[in-house]
Ligand binder design. Structure first.
Ligand SMILES: *[C@@H]1O[C@H](CO)[C@@H](O)[C@H](O)[C@H]1NC(C)=O
Ligand SMILES: *[C@@H]1O[C@H](CO)[C@@H](O)[C@H](O)[C@H]1NC(C)=O
Length: 235
């Protein structure tokens, strides 16, 4: 019942999305419509008194709700979980940026995501909650140096940039703060600069919900995936 109410709340937000833009293009065959709303009013709410994350003065190019998992492996030497990357679906929330729902969409989205069984994918969630615009995917690839992994935001396969092979952002982290609510469970807020791709020059991860691993693990623990949501601002 609780989950249903949250889904209803998010659906209401999503209905506003559908109602907002005049002349919304018809859904793509895959079920996802191209983004149509302005990002002019979309602003990051960054904590004061820090210099790690500095908002650009221009409007973002894209504002997305990321719905996915953070992956971890148990380090046998420290018995702590270490990050092995993440994978998330990126839903356009530009049509929410002038509505009250914008502030809480990551919280409602996380509650719905958490309540669903593992068999339901993030893409399925987008369809169920009526957030129709899948901009692309966030995941990790081998770093250009050949060592380690780098985060990528890839819009080449879905949405209005589908088929455009340069519509991606490969980033390197340049700023990192604990989430503004200062919880132990939410992943950090980040700033990243472009390393490759022409999708954007900067990406920010903010308004995170969940995604942190347990504080310790026992030797031989299996790899884990921890569900999370976050807002991603691309400039
Ligand atoms: C993260 O784990 C999911 C399964 O939960 C998997 O599909 C994905 O490929 C993993 N990604 C990385 C970068 O480890
Ligand atoms: C491809 O997408 C990039 C943004 O990622 C844009 O700068 C470029 O103009 C696009 N190219 C074409 C041919 O549409």
């Amino acid at each position: 019942m609780f989950a249903f109410q949250l889904l209803s709340a998010l659906s209401s937000a999503a209905l506003m999305v559908a109602a907002a833009p005049a002349g919304l293009a018809p859904p793509r065959p895959g079920g996802f419509a191209p983004s149509t709303c302005s990002t002019a009013a979309a602003k990051m709410d960054l904590p004061a008194g820090q210099t790690q994350l500095v908002s650009p003065t221009t409007a973002p190019l894209f504002v997305a709700l990321g719905v996915g998992v953070q992956n971890y492996t148990c380090s046998a030497s420290t018995l702590k979980y270490t990050s092995t990357g993440a994978v998330a679906s990126l839903f356009d929330i530009s049509c929410l940026d002038t509505t009250p729902a914008f502030a809480s969409v990551q919280t409602l989205g996380y509650a719905a995501w958490k309540a669903l069984p593992a068999s339901v994918t993030a893409d399925d969630l987008g369809a169920k909650i009526g957030a129709p615009v899948l901009l692309g995917y966030h995941y990790f690839v081998t770093s250009p140096s050949g060592t380690g992994i780098s985060p990528k935001w890839d819009f080449t396969s879905t949405g209005k940039l589908a088929g455009n092979s340069s519509a991606f952002f490969l980033g390197t982290k340049v700023g990192d703060i604990t989430d503004a609510a200062n919880t132990a469970v939410n992943v950090d807020w980040l700033a990243l600069n472009n390393v490759q791709g022409s999708l954007a020059s900067k990406v920010f991860r903010v308004d995170t919900v969940n995604g942190q691993p347990p504080t310790s693990c026992v030797a031989g623990s299996p790899d884990i995936s921890v569900k999370y949501t976050a807002k991603y601002f691309l400039y």
